[in-house]
Write a protein that binds this ligand. Structure first.
Ligand code: 13P
Length: 245
């Protein structure tokens, strides 16, 4: 199976940054049939990124969509139709940085709306869940939103992002990451028997950098990495993408 290496730029970037980023990738990114590289730019720069990626073997995704649960208009919203119109391939749903503002929004509804795209569904415990040994129950309850929306034609990937590891420089041990990925795969396989365990891809996100990327990427049950801060440095991101794994 391919390994996924994804860059979540969050609310960073500028036209100049993106031009330099893609020009660097053009010259330095090694093509590999064993890796899928995805970049999540801020919405406003997605079409510029789509123009600039040219022949780069890079997929593009959107960091979120917005819905109004009252089904009325929403000022400042990005819809699924807009992503489709711009030929974006991936969507992040349920990133912890957005969940905080989305308590009332149904993630199942978002997943359903995006069912034609490749969905990266984010789950992960906070520090207090971890301290209380509630990692699996927290993750199961988050996966239940996905399970409600699931149908066999969906193209799904899970991103395990422990909240306490995001942007902190802290990461779980690779053994802990493997264990959590295994329970995610087992839970989905048990709840969705038509979703074959071997096809369930789980990526890890939270303080991934060049220094730990290889160890994490080659750990058991890890199918990819989702990188925030370190992906803003195109040289570091490219070194990670070019790792021999
Ligand atoms: P950092 O790599 O900056 O910890 O961010 C991880 C993340 O939130 C990716 O979605």
């Amino acid at each position: 199976m391919k390994k996924i290496i994804a860059a979540n730029w969050k609310n960073n970037g500028s036209k100049d940054f993106i031009k330099k980023y893609f020009s660097y990738l053009d010259k330095n990114l090694e093509k590999s049939p064993h890796k899928e590289i995805i970049i999540f730019p801020p919405d406003i720069y997605c079409s510029l990124a789509a123009e600039l990626r040219k022949d780069n073997p890079v997929y593009l995704g959107c960091q979120n969509i917005n819905i109004n649960i009252n089904n009325s208009t929403l000022t400042g919203g990005t819809t699924f139709e807009m992503l489709e119109d711009n030929s974006l391939e991936y969507i992040l749903i349920g990133h912890s940085e957005n969940r905080a503002n989305e308590e009332k929004v149904s993630l199942s509804l978002k997943t359903k709306l995006c069912e034609k795209m490749k969905i990266i569904f984010c789950v992960g415990e906070n520090k207090s869940d971890r301290d209380k040994n509630l990692i699996s129950s927290k993750i199961y309850s988050q996966l239940d939103d996905l399970i409600k929306a699931y149908n066999d034609s969906m193209d799904l990937i899970i991103a395990y992002e422990p909240i306490w590891a995001i942007g902190t420089g802290l990461t779980p041990s690779s053994k802990d990451i493997s264990n959590t990925h295994e329970i995610i795969k087992k839970y989905l396989n048990q709840k969705l028997p038509s979703y074959k365990e071997k096809d369930i891809m789980v990526m890890y996100g939270g303080s991934v950098s060049f220094d730990n990327a290889k160890e994490i990427l080659t750990s058991q049950f890890v199918d990819g990495i989702l990188i925030g801060g370190a992906s803003l440095n195109v040289e570091e991101f490219t070194r990670i993408c070019n790792l021999q794994i």
